[in-house]
Design a protein around this ligand. Sequence first.
Ligand code: ATP
Ligand code: MG
Length: 230
Amino acid sequence: VLPPIRGDIAFRRVVFEYEPGRPALRGIDLTVRPGQSVALVGHTGSGKSTIINLLSRFYDPTGGTILIDGYDIRDVTVHSLRSQIGIVLQDTFIFSGSIRDNIRFGRLDATDEEVEAAAKAVDAHDFIMKLPDGYNTEVEERGSALSMGQRQLLSFARALLANPRILILDEATASIDTETELKIQEALKVLLKGRTSFIVAHRLSTIRSADHIVVLDHGQIKESGTHEEL
Ligand code: ATP
Ligand code: MG
């Protein structure tokens, strides 16, 4: 079982092959300090999602190790690992149920006050209150009642409420209007504060605000540094 972590992450010569002989990652060395944010950038197929898949333990490395606070993540239970990692994927997961239950997913013990506080912190409260039944409004899994931007804000509220030490974010590529875009940027700042985060970043604003940028190319780190350095 993984004890409560600070959020120190290290990849040591990590190699991964989905199929034998076709490495998706070819020796990744990466150290991230607690609270730092890393933006992963690179062409399609360069290995961004693979890094996230390994960190969440959807797969285990073919070679090398991944350490969290010095623990090899293969030595801890998947459950204890995932309970301290928040994952916000591109195709934001909304299930059929109320807005409140969607935010509370992963923190079923959260009170209504806590749910609202999380929604307010990411600036989702106002649009929720304009829905027919506010927090009790029922939404559908694939329903179009919510815009992409609204779904993204809901997933941020959900992640904030769960309060994980490590946050993984596969940023949505969908075009969003300027106003929502600004809201999301602000919400992202709130969400990332004090957590170690890995972001597959598509927006320049996100890349700029990351502490560290890692440029992947064919499964290797081509460049890394701050936005100023690159
Ligand atoms: P994108 O920007 O398109 O999301 P990415 O940087 O996230 O790309 P990955 O998904 O990490 O790229 O893919 C890295 C390599 O691994 C690619 O060559 C891809 O074809 C291959 N790959 C990814 N997922 C699988 C899979 N499930 N099975 C086999 N090969 C895969
Ligand atoms: Mg990807």
